[in-house]
Design a protein around this ligand. Sequence first.
Ligand SMILES: Nc1ncnc2c1ncn2[C@@H]1O[C@H](COP(=O)(O)OP(=O)(O)OP(=O)(O)O)[C@@H](O)[C@H]1O
Length: 340
Amino acid sequence: MTTTIQFKNIHKSYRVGGRDIPALSGIDLTINPGEIFGMIGHSGAGKSTLVRLINLLERPTGGELLIDGADITRFDNDALRALRRRIGMIFQHFNLLSSKTVADNVAFPLRLAGKKSRAETDARVAELLARVGLSEHASKYPSQLSGGQKQRVGIARALATEPKILLCDEATSALDPQTTQSVLRLLAEINRELGLTIVLITHEMDVIRTICDRVAVLDGGKVVEHGPVADVFLHPKHITTKRFVQESEHVDENEQDDDFAHVPGRIIRLTFRGEATYEPVLGKVARDCGVDFSILAGRIDRIKDTPYGQLTLALTGGDVDAALARFESEGLTVEALRDA
Ligand SMILES: Nc1ncnc2c1ncn2[C@@H]1O[C@H](COP(=O)(O)OP(=O)(O)OP(=O)(O)O)[C@@H](O)[C@H]1O
């Protein structure tokens, strides 16, 4: 079964003190079946509101929200209950029941649905705990677990009713960086093996960079930029996106400009993607065009499965224009940061 989620001119306002305060204005987005779609934005941008519309924890005040082509805002109670069984959700603070064991937390949605016998429920819980690596913790209580283990229980519980969509609301924001990576690896594995569509919201670029296929950047209740993660983050256009990139790379643009003030030559940024990242293009072009270069800044990293490199270079001597044209013909992206 496919699960396409479409926001069509979605608006959402909250009524506060007799006034309508807009939280989302005119959202148009399509989330494709089986992808990991990230939404990033600062506090108050509208991320939680947007993700909570998908299972109608919040209702839009305008527009259409289609799942597999059906406008879910028109669903009656039965259809809504069926829809919610197809959508799992995990939360920043895990939302586990502290008086129940790990196994009972995971069994909870199955007992609510009331469709399985006790033996079937036990078997399903065992399978889910094995998937998230918690088999030997089944009879512990949440207070006896680490944050990462608690989120794994949250994931097992969210998967219990075999949803087609998993919503993740800042699911790693309360975890340390190492635990975050292990939870993200688990989500990526679930996405790959179960073909589940994952929609996650975060204010952390690294989360998006690690597992998302596409991303939407939210600011002031609007999508200001969206597309494949590599396109959006390697070539950010909107100021909000640029700031996220700079924050994640710990770059202060003004400081960087000052640092380069005394460096002679044309300053450019080169972006390599995919296999080009590992090819000796730079030396070859410099030799052929008689250009000297000094490397002012650089990084090689990955966006999900795609390697990329970004180098800031000062170019002097030789035929710099020819060198720039050659870089582009070799498939690199060239951005001029300063003319000589
Ligand atoms: N239940 C509510 N009642 C009134 N206003 C709300 C409600 N929920 C959210 N808002 C407002 O809607 C706007 C968007 O909030 P939302 O929580 O969706 O943003 P967010 O990007 O998820 O922020 P955060 O990361 O801080 O949770 C904010 O201005 C917020 O104050």
